[in-house]
Design a protein around this ligand. Structure first.
Ligand SMILES: NC(=O)c1ccc[n+]([C@@H]2O[C@H](COP(=O)([O-])OP(=O)(O)OC[C@H]3O[C@@H](n4cnc5c(N)ncnc54)[C@H](OP(=O)(O)O)[C@@H]3O)[C@@H](O)[C@H]2O)c1
Length: 346
C-alpha cells in the first residue's frame, strides 16, 4: 500500500491566489424538491434565480459551483445546463463539482432504474458510471471538474469506486475525486486506494462535511480533547490534520448554518450567538454572513465554505469573508464560539 503523502496537492478546484475560498452551493437551484415536472413558467423562474445567483458569484470572484445529481431530482444540474447552453463562454469561466452515490427514495431520478423504495447508497462502479453520464447529460457538458462521492456505501469497496473514477478520468469526463460525509477511516480508505492505484500521483481533492458555527464536532473534538465536554461522536476526529497532511481540501457545507445566526428573528437557542455575530459584524463594519463564514475561515485548515444561498446580497457578502477572517481577532473568534456553545470553555 502506498504511503506517499503530498502536502501541496493541486486540484481542479483550488482557488487562484487572492480569489475567495467560497464555493457556490446549488442545492437550492431547480425549483425545489417537488417530484412533479416544472411547467415553463417555473423553469423560467428557476433559471432567472440561478442566473442572478451565478452572476453575483462571478462578480465577486467565486468560480466553483457545487451541485449533485439528486438536488431537486436532477433539476439543479439541469438548471446549470440551461445557463451553460445560453452562454457559450460560461463553461470556461467556472469549475463544476457534482456528486453521486445517493439513491433518494421516492425520487423520479433513480426510482425507475433501481426500483422505488427507501433511500440507499450506491458507489459501485456501474452506478458511478451511469450517474456521471446522467450528470453530464443534464449539465450539457463533456466533463465535470470534481466528482464527489456523496455518502459512504458500506457495501462497496472504495477501490472499486476509485477504479470507476479513474476510467472516467481517462476518458476526460471527470477531473478529480472527492468524498463527503465520511469519517476518518473511510476518507483514509479512499485516499489510500487512489494513491495506490496511481502510484502516489493522485489523492483525494476534497472532503465535504457539514461544518460551521452550528456543526462544530470537528473543531471541538480537537479543542476539547481530554475533557468530558468533548463531542460524544467524534467520528470526524483527526480528519482536519489528516487532510492537511495529505493536501486534501476541507469543504464545509451548511457553512452559513442555514441562516440561523443571520436572520432577523433567530430561534431562542441561536439568539445569543446571533447577537454576538451581529456585534462583531458591527465592530468590523461587515455583513453578518461574512462574520459567520470568517469564523470558519479563521481556522488553520484552509476550510472552503460551500454557501447555498440564492440571494445575490448574501453571496456577495460571503465572498468577502476571506478579508474579514484576516481582520477578526482571537477575542472576537472566541466570543462567537462561546456564544454558539452556550457555555464557557473549560
Ligand atoms: N455534501 C452534502 O451532503 C451536502 C449537504 C447539504 C448541502 N451541501 C452543499 O452545500 C451547500 C450549502 O448547504 P446549505 O444550503 O445546507 O447551507 P447554508 O449555505 O448554510 O444555507 C443556505 C440556506 O440558508 C438560507 N439562508 C441563509 N442566510 C439566511 C438568512 N439570513 N435568512 C434566511 N435564510 C437564510 C438560504 O436561503 P436564501 O437562498 O434565501 O439565501 C439557503 O436556503 C448546498 O447548496 C450544497 O451545494 C452538501
Amino acid at each position: 500500500m502506498s504511503t506517499g503523502v503530498s502536502t501541496t496537492q493541486a486540484t481542479e478546484t483550488t482557488p487562484a491566489p487572492g480569489a475567495p475560498r467560497t464555493i457556490l452551493g446549488c442545492m437550492g437551484w431547480g425549483g425545489g424538491w417537488g417530484t412533479g415536472p416544472l411547467d415553463e413558467a417555473a423553469w423560467r423562474a428557476a433559471e432567472d434565480a440561478a442566473r442572478e445567483a451565478l452572476e453575483a458569484a462571478l462578480g465577486a470572484g467565486i468560480t466553483v459551483l457545487d451541485t449533485a445529481d439528486i438536488y431537486a431530482h436532477g433539476r439543479s444540474e439541469e438548471t446549470l445546463g440551461r445557463l451553460l447552453a445560453a452562454d457559450p463562454g460560461l463553461r470556461e469561466r467556472i469549475r463544476i463539482q457534482t456528486k453521486c452515490g445517493i439513491l433518494l427514495g421516492g425520487s423520479p431520478l433513480y426510482d425507475r432504474a433501481h426500483g422505488a423504495g427507501s433511500t440507499r447508497y450506491d458507489s459501485s462502479a456501474a452506478h458511478v458510471r451511469s450517474a456521471v453520464a446522467g450528470s453530464l447529460r443534464r449539465l450539457g457538458t463533456d466533463h465535470v471538474d470534481t466528482l464527489v462521492i456523496h455518502r459512504p456505501d458500506v457495501l462497496t469497496d472504495p477501490a472499486e469506486t476509485v477504479g470507476a473514477f479513474l476510467a472516467l478520468q481517462s476518458a476526460g469526463a471527470v477531473g478529480s475525486l472527492g468524498v463527503s460525509n465520511m469519517g476518518l477511516a473511510w476518507v483514509r480508505r479512499f485516499d489510500d486506494a487512489l494513491r495506490e492505484a496511481t502510484g502516489g500521483a493522485q489523492g483525494l481533492a476534497c472532503v465535504q462535511l457539514e461544518l460551521g458555527l452550528h456543526a462544530r464536532t470537528l473543531i471541538e473534538s480537537v479543542v476539547l480533547a481530554n475533557h468530558p465536554g468533548a463531542p460524544a461522536s467524534a467520528d470526524t476526529e483527526g480528519i482536519a490534520e489528516f487532510c492537511a497532511e495529505r493536501g486534501i481540501a476541507i469543504q464545509a457545507w451548511g457553512a452559513l448554518g442555514q441562516g440561523r445566526y443571520t436572520r432577523p428573528h433567530p430561534e431562542p437557542a441561536d439568539a445569543a450567538a446571533a447577537a454576538e455575530v451581529g456585534r462583531v459584524a458591527g465592530e468590523l463594519g461587515v455583513a453578518p454572513e461574512a462574520v459567520v463564514l470568517a469564523w470558519l475561515l479563521r481556522l488553520p485548515w484552509g476550510v472552503r465554505p460551500v454557501v447555498g444561498s440564492t440571494r445575490p446580497g448574501r453571496i456577495a457578502a460571503s465572498a468577502g469573508a476571506d478579508g474579514v477572517a484576516e481582520r477578526m481577532d482571537a477575542g472576537q473568534w472566541y466570543r462567537i464560539w462561546t456564544a454558539a456553545r452556550g457555555e464557557s470553555l473549560p
